[in-house]
Write a protein that binds this ligand. Sequence first.
Ligand SMILES: [Zn+2]
Length: 262
Amino acid sequence: MEKLHIISDGKLEVRYSTGRHDLSPVSLDDSYPSMKMGSNCLLIQKNDKNVLIDTGTGLFNPDENKYKIDYPRKLLTGLKDLNITPSDIDIVILTHFHFDHCGGCISEDKEPVFSNAVHYLQSSEIEFAEKDPTLYKYWSVFKDILGKYNLLKIIDGNFNLEKSVKLMLSPGHTAGLQYAKFTINDQNYIFPGDIIPTLWHLNNENIIYLDYDPEALKTAKRNIINDCIEDDSVMIFQHSVRPMMGKLINKGSKIGFQRIYC
Ligand SMILES: [Zn+2]
């Protein structure tokens, strides 16, 4: 049995200054326009394993002046609706260390939420987080907690996680972001994470303030788009307000999108 579930963790709201293209978050002041984003996690059930990609925000909000987060978050109730408890998760893939992707792996009482899961991280993302302890102040806490229970698996580059589940190292948004390519019931999928988090980001010029290396990101996007078309993959967007996926169509200088309803 192979199954794929897209689980929404709930909405995130940021406000941004007008006239800017990079969507830099400013304070949560009503005079600025707001943008709502979704926060979607994936559960892959394959080879008798439950593989969770990203863990949502959990209880973490690094800056309440910038990010409005609706509580309670929905990842754990989404799993419960599928009759899955956190201890049923065998593998957690953390695409990168931004709080809305990894915050949900640690509980309020500072214990691992997915207590039986090996948590996969890229070594370059750890180096990146350790260079910027202000932005990633929660990382040292996570490392201690996951390390204490021997739940950390640090990898270096592309990695075959399971048969037909691959992790791809792809710097640009952060230094060590990994995204996932996998096959479920003979259909190929790409989950590009924050490299192409919404339909809007398919446009190579649409780069946001958080993207630390825009040129590397543009290259990464081009590679993923080409790969997606070549492999006839379905792309799943992580930050769509509603879970969204579809196929990309090569239209010469433009890329078309054919939505698949889920
Ligand atoms: Zn991010």
